[in-house]
Design a protein around this ligand. Structure first.
Ligand code: SF4
Ligand code: SF4
Length: 426
C-alpha cells in the first residue's frame, strides 16, 4: 500500500532527503521532544537505515514514527518537495503490519471497524445533537457531522484528567468484557460533555438554512470517514472501509457532502479518490459554502461592539486543502470584527498538538498546544477562532495551561458567524 507518492516509490522519496534540516525548525514534534528523530530529517535517516537493513522495525521505532502530528509542515518546507506525510504513513503501515502499534491505536482501529467511530460510543450519543433539528434522512445533500464533532467532549475530559490513553484503552477492554462499558458511557453522557461541539453542529444547520440550503443527515447510519485508519497506517483496512462508506453513500442516493470537520473533508476530497476508483461525490467544507454564499448572510452579520479575534489555521485546512482565504473573507465580512493575524498563520501555521499525536504522545501534544496558544495570545485576542474540533479541543486545553481561560475563548468559525447573525437581529 502507498508504494508510491507523487509518482515515485516511497524508498525513492526517502533517498531524496539531502538531510538539510530545513524541516526541523518549527516541527512541533521535535519542538516538544528535542531530538532530531522526532523531526522529519531524523525519521528519514532511520528509514534509510531500515531500507539498508541496518535497523529493524521494533516497538521503539513504532514509538518514534507515531511521535508526529502529520501536520505537513516538513513537507511544505522541504526544498526537495518530499511528501513526508506519505512516507510517514507508509512507515506506520509497516509497523501496523507487524502488530507493533500501541494498545490505544489498536483500540481506535477496532472501534472504527466494529462500531464505526473511534471512541466506540453508541449511535444515540452521536446523533443526540440532531434531535429537534427536523433533518430529513433522504436528501441528496447531507451534513456530515463527523464522529469528532459529535464526541470531542470525551477528548476534553481525557486531557483535563491527564489519563494515559493506553491505560484507558485497557480499562475499556476489561469493562467491555464485563459488559459494563455502556454504563460508563451513560454516566459520562449525564455530564453532557459534548454540549459545545453539538451546538456547533446545530448552528451549522441553522446557518445553512439561513442561506437557503436544506441538508439531510444520516443519523445512526453516518459512518466515521475512517481517517484514523489511514493516520495510523492501517491502509488495507482504510481502503476496504472507504469502499464500504462509498457504497453506503451511493445506496442512499447522496450526491453532496457538507462537512464541518476539515479532517473528514480532506479524507473525502483527497484520500477517497486516491484509494477508491469510483468516488464521485461532491465534498465541501462548510467554510467553502459560507464563503461562496457570503452575499446571502454578511449584510446581517455584526457584533454590537468591536471584538478582537485571531484565526488559527488548522493544518488540514491550510496545508492539506489550501482553504486559507475563505475563512478570512468570512471573518472580515462580519461588522465590528477586528481580525489580527498571528505569527505562523496561513500555510505557515503551527499544529495545536492533534493529528493523532494527542492519543499516542499526549505529553508532547500538550506542550505543542501550549506553544501554539502562546503564539496566538500575542495578538491579544478576545476570541481565537478556528474550524476543526480537534484543534478546538487542544487550544482550549492550551488556554487552560496558559491560565488564560478568563481572558480568551476558543470558538468554531460556525459559532462565531452564527452569533454575529443573532447579535444583528437582537
Ligand atoms: S527538508 Fe526535506 S530534504 Fe531537508 S532534511 Fe527535511 S525531509 Fe530531508
Ligand atoms: S509532519 Fe509535522 S510533526 Fe511530523 S515530522 Fe513533519 S513537521 Fe514534524
Amino acid at each position: 500500500m502507498l508504494s508510491k507518492s507523487n509518482n515515485r516509490s516511497i524508498s525513492e522519496q526517502i533517498y531524496r532527503c539531502v538531510h538539510c534540516g530545513y524541516c526541523l525548525e518549527w516541527c512541533p514534534a521535535r519542538d516538544a521532544s528535542y531530538f532530531d528523530i522526532y523531526g522529519s530529517r531524523g525519521k528519514m535517516l532511520v528509514f534509510k537505515a531500515l531500507l539498508e537493513n541496518k535497523l529493524k522495525i521494533t516497538k521503539t521505532l513504532s514509538d518514534r514514527v507515531l511521535n508526529c502530528a502529520l501536520c505537513k509542515w516538513c513537507s511544505y518546507k522541504c526544498p526537495e518537495e518530499i511528501p513526508t506525510d506519505d512516507v510517514f504513513v507508509s512507515m506506520r503501515y509497516e509497523v501496523a503490519k507487524r502488530d507493533l502499534m500501541p494498545t490505544i491505536v489498536k483500540k481506535v482501529v477496532k472501534n472504527i471497524l466494529k462500531k464505526k467511530n473511534p471512541f466506540g460510543v453508541s449511535t444515540s450519543e452521536i446523533t443526540q445533537w440532531a434531535k429537534e433539528m427536523k433533518l430529513k434522512k433522504d436528501s441528496e445533500t447531507i451534513i456530515f457531522a463527523s464522529c469528532m464533532n459529535t464526541t470531542m467532549g470525551y477528548m476534553d475530559l481525557i486531557h483535563n484528567f491527564s489519563f494515559s490513553f493506553n491505560t484507558l484503552a485497557r480499562i475499556m477492554d476489561i469493562l467491555e468484557k464485563l459488559k459494563l462499558d455502556n454504563l460508563i458511557m451513560i454516566g459520562t453522557r449525564l455530564f453532557n460533555l459534548n454540549k459545545q461541539y453539538h451546538q456547533t453542529l446545530r448552528n451549522a444547520v441553522k446557518l445553512l438554512r439561513e442561506i437557503g440550503i436544506e441538508v439531510g443527515y444520516l443519523f445512526n447510519e453516518e459512518p466515521c470517514c475512517g481517517k484514523p485508519l489511514h493516520t495510523y497506517g492501517y491502509l488495507d483496512e482504510f481502503q476496504e472501509y472507504a469502499k464500504w462508506v462509498n457504497k453506503l453513500l451511493k445506496e442512499k442516493g447522496i450526491k453532496k457532502l457538507i462537512v464541518v470537520n476539515p479532517v473528514c473533508a480532506y479524507t473525502f476530497k483527497v484520500l477517497y479518490p486516491k484509494f477508491i476508483e469510483d468516488f464521485d461525490l461532491e465534498v465541501s467544507h462548510i467554510v467553502e459554502i459560507l464563503d461562496e454564499n457570503i452575499d446571502k448572510w454578511s449584510s446581517i452579520a455584526s457584533y454590537n461592539k468591536s471584538i478582537v479575534i485571531t484565526y488559527h489555521d488548522p493544518c488540514y485546512m491550510s496545508r492539506y486543502m489550501s482553504l486559507i482565504e475563505q475563512p478570512r473573507r468570512i471573518l472580515k465580512n462580519i461588522e465590528n470584527t477586528i481580525l489580527v493575524e498571528c505569527e505562523r498563520s496561513r500555510e505557515n501555521t503551527y499544529c495545536t498538538g492533534d493529528g493523532g499525536i494527542e492519543i499516542t504522545h499526549s505529553t508532547a501534544a500538550k506542550k505543542i498546544a501550549l506553544k501554539r496558544v502562546e503564539m496566538l495570545l500575542k495578538t491579544k485576542p478576545e476570541i481565537i477562532v478556528t474550524t476543526c474540533p480537534a484543534c478546538i479541543s487542544m487550544l482550549r486545553y492550551g488556554v487552560k495551561l496558559a491560565n488564560k481561560e478568563k481572558e480568551v475563548q476558543v470558538r468554531d468559525i460556525v459559532d462565531f458567524v452564527y452569533e454575529a447573525l443573532r447579535h444583528h437581529s437582537s
